[in-house]
Design a protein around this ligand. Structure first.
Ligand code: NAP
Length: 538
């Protein structure tokens, strides 16, 4: 394995975000020739594209960075407990410099096609500008949230002011000073955007279709003393993440919400609400994710917090979800988000009462009125997890496309391989614990597992791997069975592959992995220890 001319490589990696960067580093260590193809003009993936105001971590910064290099850990300092996007993008660039990654990355190269040639035993990968590359292995590092979706609203192209999607934000500074700004969407992105835009906009109008359960982020700067402590505790922090369900520093409390007294329960909720980060979601009572009655206790608690923070009680009620319980969709973390609605320059439009009927040249028309804007911000989310795969024409054995194969929902082995698509490994793919994780932690596991696999192939003189249909069927069943009891499978969200703006994404199919990162890691290790059982090797 060391084929290389200008277009022929041992491996091609699609994407130079957190996973693609680390995979490149690892494959180089195996002595492989690698070409990374990246659509953006720089590294960083999600942190390259999502430059919207207010974008920042919801994971503790020091639990998010790569853990594999002591040198990187020693040389990098996070400035805040939950650092903002510009700092994270600087971090990605720092890592790319440190590991000298850019020489194997071709930027501004969006892949639109990848075709397996079984006779030649290689993938041919084509970019939108017509260039072709061949590689024995194809590794997708395309991210679970990389295809932004715009709403399908009449007149969307007619608007004469500035329109932006949060995931495709301009690289130049955008001023809201004195402007009439509309934000459509109130997911984790919308919430971060709204609380920032409200600071300077002349008028901000929020168009909310369904509210989400938001909880305080409680961000703060990292003091020099905390920095010293974090450095000393890195091994302990990463070990704690390794052991927890979602690789966060927070893990579920073994008690049951209804197994303790009301006094104890409320005291615990107060403590969680007052603590930084995802503790209130990931560190809550275990049963809030499976029992409606347990879930109601935390939902009622958070609803009361919202009522206490928003002055106008009609607005408060509109900001409280009624169609799903706390934590059954991704919990947006916020900083004074609810207080924004107490400002004179902010207004909430509830689309459940007055839906948008069209976008006009000067603004947005709802069933009740026409509102004029200088700028419309679309925080309308992503064609999640499978969207990145749908956008590229992956062609496997006998011309079958991945899009056809996954038309009724993905079928994978370990969320890393697909039968009929030999020599392709999908980092952070569907049914992979990494898509529901403090993502770099699971990315490291995915990349290291893939690297060990390719080392095994090389050492045994093998050149073709293909997941077996029965192994994929069994894994896919396991994915669905382990999620069955979870309340989030009863709710429409991107976890369940629902996106009202994408044709065909209206049937719930679980895209993530519910049994947790430690179980996932154990299954992957079991497969490897059994000589990659479930994968046909030649
Ligand atoms: P999202 O959670 O899917 O939210 C999209 C929002 O747009 C929803 O409020 C949705 O309403 C609304 N929307 C979509 N189409 C609409 C339409 N046609 N008309 C009106 N409203 C419409 O997307 P997101 O907020 O971008 O977040 C996606 C994920 O990115 C998060 O769950 C999280 O995993 C990740 N993220 C992470 C961070 C972080 O770590 N700091 C920050 C931001 C995002 P409905 O709810 O009614 O569909």
């Amino acid at each position: 394995m060391t084929t290389s001319d200008s277009t022929n490589f041992d491996a091609i990696i699609i994407g130079a975000g957190i996973s693609g960067m680390y995979q490149l580093h690892q494959l180089r260590k195996l002595g492989m020739s690698v070409q990374v193809l990246e659509a953006g003009s720089g590294v960083g993936g999600t942190w390259y594209w999502n430059r919207y105001p207010g974008a920042r971590f919801d994971s503790e910064s020091y639990s998010y960075g790569y853990s594999f290099s002591e040198e990187i850990l020693d040389e990098w300092q996070w400035s805040e407990h939950f650092s903002a996007q510009p700092e994270t993008l600087r971090y990605c660039n720092f890592v790319a410099d440190k590991l000298d990654l850019r020489r194997d990355i071709r930027f501004n190269s969006r892949v639109d096609r990848a075709r397996w040639d079984d006779a030649a035993g290689q993938w041919t990968v084509t970019t939108e500008d017509g260039l072709s590359f061949t590689g024995q292995y194809l590794i997708t590092a395309i991210g679970p949230l990389s295809v932004p979706t715009w709403p399908t609203i009449d007149g969307i192209d007619d608007f004469g002011g500035q329109s932006m999607h949060t995931a495709n934000w301009p690289h130049e500074p955008v001023s809201f000073e004195g402007k009439r700004v509309a934000v459509i969407g109130t997911g984790a992105t919308g919430v971060q955007t709204i609380q920032e835009v409200a600071k300077t906009a002349g008028q901000l109008t929020v168009f909310q279709r369904r509210p989400n359960w938001c909880a305080p982020l409680k961000n703060s700067p990292i003091t020099p003393q905390q920095q010293t402590d974090i450095r000393a505790r890195y091994p302990e922090i990463f070990e704690r993440c390794r052991q927890s369900h979602g690789c966060f520093i927070h893990d579920a409390d073994p008690r049951r919400a209804l197994g303790v007294s009301e006094e104890e329960r409320l005291a615990f909720y107060e403590e969680l609400y007052d603590s930084p980060g995802f503790g209130i979601w990931m560190g809550n009572f275990r049963d809030i994710f499976i029992s409606e009655a347990a879930n109601k206790t935390i939902s009622d608690f958070v609803a009361d917090k919202i009522r206490g923070r928003v002055r106008d009680q009609d607005t408060a009620e509109r900001l409280i979800p009624t169609d799903h319980g706390f934590g059954t969709r991704r919990v947006p973390l916020e900083t004074h988000y609810f207080e924004v609605y107490n400002q004179d320059n902010v207004r909430l439009v509830d689309l459940r009462d007055t839906p948008i009927t069209r976008i006009t040249e000067t603004g947005i028309a709802t069933s009740a009125e026409h509102l004029e804007f200088d700028m419309i911000i679309y925080a309308t989310g992503f064609d999640a997890v499978t969207g990145g795969f749908d956008r590229i024409a992956f062609e496997g054995l006998e011309g079958q496309t991945l899009k056809q194969k996954w038309a009724d929902g993905p079928e994978t082995f370990l969320g890393m391989m697909v039968p009929g698509f030999p020599n392709m490994l999908t980092l952070v793919g569907p049914h992979n614990a990494a898509s529901f994780c403090n993502i770099p932690r699971c990315i490291e596991q995915n990349v290291e597992w893939a690297t060990d696999f390719l080392r095994h192939m090389r050492d045994k003189g093998l050149c073709r791997l293909e997941a077996q249909p029965d192994a994929a069927l069994e894994w896919t069943q396991h994915v669905h069975e382990s999620a069955e009891k979870m309340l989030y499978t009863k709710v429409d969200s991107w976890f369940m592959g629902i996106n009202s703006n994408v044709e065909g994404k209206n049937k719930r199919t679980f895209l993530l992995y519910a049994a947790g990162a430690p179980d996932y890691r154990a299954k992957c290790d079991e497969v490897a220890a059994a000589g990659y059982a479930g994968v046909a090797l030649q």
